[in-house]
Ligand binder design. Structure first.
Ligand SMILES: [Zn+2]
Length: 305
């Protein structure tokens, strides 16, 4: 956990884009220390490269989209969550279109592919972004904060008037195993009425019961039902892991979200990075990682409070 990691091998994925409905190929390749996650639109000549960082976010409507000039890649959040959760700091992402394939609507297929490809250390230490002071973004009844904590945690409250959803709350203390078992397979979801409106506007053209939980007036339309009784809030936590990964570092802090989404998550990351008094970037030595509470690092002193 001290050193940056990349993939041990390539990992290839094929699927359709949720919004375009078109087939997309995506290949993850190993990258050197300090690269971060970089998307390459290999369908264009010359290829256009876009770093997956909050500064490159160009839209948060329906999904998180990064862009450079006229070129963009949308719906990156499930792949970003899978990479973060598998401990991948550096990777090249070759993609054949403007949208990450939606797969089954969750991060599980990406996690499985990354685990199969394996990981390897890049030989340079990671910088952890450790939250020292609370940062919050509030818009109406929506709120998201990050506060100091010994762990990376996300607590999410969601509220929908629909009887199939209602109020759902869940907390995740991040670990690769916990994410893989409890959150990675939670699918994206939408209301039938909204899906029909989106399709009429040329969006969600690839959306189907194969890649989303669809909620009708009388309940869930998917014949197989839900993967978890609270699959919706689990997916909101999955989305948050992907959106917050655009901070560009491993996080140590507790995210508390009420009715948050891609837009508020992005605003939180932007606000956090704009406030250097609220965080420290820390490299752990092997000694520090094995016995962090024997240290007198000033950056960690708040942990003892
Ligand atoms: Zn999602």
């Amino acid at each position: 956990m001290i050193f940056q990691q990349t993939l041990g091998n390539k990992a290839a994925f094929s699927g359709i884009g949720l919004h375009t409905g078109r087939p997309i190929n995506l290949t993850l390749r190993p990258a050197e220390a300090g690269t971060g996650i970089v998307f390459h639109r290999v369908d264009l000549s010359p290829a256009v490269s876009i770093e997956a960082r909050s500064a490159n976010v160009v839209s948060t409507r329906l999904s998180t989209t990064i862009g450079r000039g006229e070129t963009s890649v949308s719906t990156i959040e499930h792949l970003m969550a899978a990479l973060y959760s598998c401990g991948i700091d550096n990777a090249h992402v070759d993609i054949s279109g403007p949208e990450v394939p939606i797969m089954d609507g969750s991060a599980a297929p990406f996690v499985a592919g990354i685990v199969k490809a394996g990981t390897k250390e890049c030989g340079k230490p990671r910088k952890y972004l450790v939250v020292k002071k609370q940062v919050s973004v509030v818009e109406g009844d929506k709120k998201v904060s990050i506060i100091p904590s010994r762990h990376y945690k996300i607590s999410f409250d969601m509220q929908f008037a629909h009887p199939a959803v209602r109020n759902q709350s869940r907390s995740m203390t991040f670990s690769q195993a916990n994410f893989a078992e409890e959150f990675a397979s939670a699918r994206t979801f939408g209301f039938l009425s909204e899906v029909e409106t989106l399709k009429a506007h040329g969006l969600a053209l690839g959306g189907s019961l194969d890649n989303a939980v669809v909620i009708g007036d009388d309940g869930i339309l998917n014949r197989e039902g839900l993967r978890f009784p609270d699959e919706f809030v689990r997916h909101k936590i999955l989305d948050s892991v992907g959106d917050l990964a655009l901070a560009g570092h491993r996080l140590i802090g507790h995210v508390k979200a009420t009715k948050s989404g891609h837009d508020l998550n992005h605003k939180l990351v932007t606000e956090l990075l704009r406030r250097p008094d609220c965080f420290a970037l820390i490299e752990f030595t092997p000694q520090a990682f094995n016995a962090p509470f024997n240290l007198s690092l000033p950056e960690l002193s708040w942990l003892e409070a």
